[in-house]
Write a protein that binds this ligand. Structure first.
Ligand code: NI
Length: 169
């Protein structure tokens, strides 16, 4: 089932999500729905709060569905190690139409559980490293605009307020 993406302004996006404890059929359904919703929105990553569910799980596919083996489920993820730096344009399905340069590590190693609850470690580089950071941020209530300068962030917030008033958000 495709869920609508929650947009900036909804408090769920700025809340700390709760750990996943049950890796049951209901959780599997949530993961399937998240992939479906992410592909429908043409994203490369989606965290549960973005469909209004304050739980610690994100899905990532930096190939946008081109390679089924690239599908990653990160339940209860944590960053173990980072290396290097990259500064690239970043966006978010919950803040459509806005992008900004965000400094992230070039390599990121995470530990997480998969859809069945099995623990794994994975090292990502470049876009995948960025996705790990961006999605784990979501689970902690942090959005990419919080990594921008105050000036840039305020500009985006002002534009969003205008869009909201005009009913376009
Ligand atoms: Ni995002």
């Amino acid at each position: 089932m495709i869920h609508p993406i929650v947009k900036y302004g909804d408090p769920v996006l700025e809340s700390i999500s709760q750990p996943i404890e049950e890796f049951d059929g209901e959780f599997q359904k949530l993961v399937d729905d998240m992939f479906e919703s992410m592909y429908a929105a043409q994203g490369v990553g989606l965290a549960a709060p973005q469909i209004g569910i304050s739980r610690r799980v994100a899905v990532i596919d930096v190939t946008s569905g081109k390679n089924p083996e690239a599908k990653i489920v990160c339940a209860n993820p944590e960053i173990l190690h980072t290396e290097g730096e990259q500064r690239e344009e970043e966006g978010c399905l919950s803040i459509p139409g806005f992008r900004g340069q965000v400094l992230r590590p070039q390599f990121v190693t995470i530990r997480a559980q998969d859809a069945a609850g099995k623990e794994f470690e994975m090292r990502g580089e470049g876009l995948l490293a960025r996705a790990f950071c961006h999605e784990i941020d979501h689970l902690n209530g942090t959005l990419f605009i919080m990594h921008l300068s105050l000036l840039k962030r305020d500009l985006i917030k002002r534009k969003i307020r205008k869009l909201k008033k005009a009913g376009g958000w």
